[in-house]
Design a protein around this ligand. Structure first.
Ligand SMILES: [Zn+2]
Length: 399
């Protein structure tokens, strides 16, 4: 066997075992594997997990905070951030996106993220520049991270007050090959939400891909479209994977309405992603049996000057603001970074701690899953496709 990881506690299984890896896959999980591996890792006293999955991030605009014009005449709030980001992205070219995205992929992989779903902007400003840059970066970094892409209209869909129609560029991008089609349903953008949901579902059908849509991003209950999305999916028997991200408006609608919408989402099989957003009602969603995932979202761009693409940092923050601190709640939070996200990204049969699955793993210097969320833990090894690709937070491509 190429690699044997000895004596770690298996996350989510709660057993101490050896993991045998060969040809990039897990080939054996036993209390003790008698044969010797070409390489061996002593994980005793540590936690072994499937690699983290960042279900929502913006690799195309990462590390652009230094380019923001803070003097720009822009409104406060979301529209101001969109306006500043628009000015910044006028500076993008393919190689610039490639360099920054590669830096982000390395940063994420070093912290244990072996799969990532990134939003990619398609609009009249960028055309397919971001899509081309991300595609090159994903190829450059395919040895350390698996990247899925979502076609994302940051500027809105149509008629958002700046006379921009993003639909032709969305289509041009999708024709290059994407894993999911996204949307941007925010009451501050004026385009018709239901029309956009209809369009997104039609595009997903046409291209045979998943839906991953920013939905109901609002600081109040205005523009509340989750029930409509659930109804559409049920009515058209959509069948594919659907993720709704943010859903902050859910925290502001009356409780009976909210509960009914969450039940509808659960029944329609919609996964929900909280991209580190404290207003996504994670606790209620989990209690209703919704498949909830996490993303680290913006990394040092016009939307957030912070961010380090570290899933455990995001999980710790959300555990704190949602007051999720019991052992079962911390375990649920860990599943949001791993198992739940694999399911949402359509990778549930490929990833995980089981024989036959891809050997994408992270070893954490902590005794259990609770410690992984509670403490700031070192990650002595990250393993991608059966090869060690990072040690103690630094990429190491030597093995
Ligand atoms: Zn986002």
């Amino acid at each position: 066997m190429d690699l044997i990881i000895r004596g770690g506690l298996l996350a989510g299984i709660d057993e101490v075992a050896d993991i045998g890896i060969d040809g990039g896959r897990i080939v054996q999980i036993e209390a003790y594997i008698p044969e010797r591996g070409a390489e061996e890792i002593d994980a005793s006293g540590n936690l072994v997990s499937m690699g983290f999955i960042d279900a929502h991030i913006h690799a195309d605009k990462a590390f652009t905070a230094g380019r923001i014009d803070h003097e720009i005449d822009a409104p406060d709030g979301y529209l101001g951030r969109v306006a500043r980001a628009r000015r910044v992205k006028e500076s993008f070219d393919v190689q610039d996106v490639r360099r920054r995205a590669s830096r982000l992929f390395e940063m994420a992989a070093a912290s244990g993220t072996t799969t990532m779903r990134t939003q990619v902007e398609l609009d009249p400003i960028l055309g397919t520049v971001a899509a081309e840059g991300i595609r090159l970066a994903a190829a450059d970094c395919s040895d350390i991270i698996h990247v899925q892409t979502v076609a994302f209209p940051q500027e809105g869909w149509l008629d958002c007050g700046w006379e921009m129609d993003c639909r032709p560029d969305m289509r041009a991008g999708l024709e290059m090959g994407f894993d999911a089609v996204g949307g941007n349903i925010n009451p501050e953008l004026f385009s018709d939400a239901r029309e956009q949901i209809d369009d997104v579902l039609a595009l997903a059908r046409e291209f045979g891909i998943a839906v991953d849509i920013d939905l109901d991003i609002g600081a109040n209950g205005v523009g509340y479209n989750l029930p409509y999305l659930a109804r559409c999916i049920e009515a058209m028997e959509f069948g594919g994977h659907v993720t709704a991200a943010h859903l902050t408006a859910l925290s502001h609608v009356p409780e009976p309405l909210r509960d009914r919408a969450i039940r509808a989402a659960a029944e329609a099989g919609i996964s929900v992603c909280s991209p580190g957003n404290p207003a996504t009602p994670i606790r209620s969603l989990l209690e209703a049996g919704v498949n909830v995932t996490l993303g680290t979202d913006n990394v040092r761009d016009a939307f957030s000057g912070l961010g380090n693409a570290d899933m455990l940092d995001t999980a710790r923050f959300l555990a704190r603001v949602n007051r999720m601190h019991r052992p079962a709640e911390l375990a649920a939070m860990f599943a949001m970074c791993t198992r739940n996200a694999a399911r949402a990204l359509g990778l549930g049969e490929q990833l995980g701690l089981a024989v036959g699955r891809r050997a994408d793993l992270v070893i954490l210097e902590t005794e259990d899953v609770e410690g992984a969320i509670r403490d700031v833990v070192a990650r002595p090894y990250v393993i991608k496709g059966g090869r060690v690709i990072a040690r103690y937070g630094a990429i190491d491509r030597s093995s």
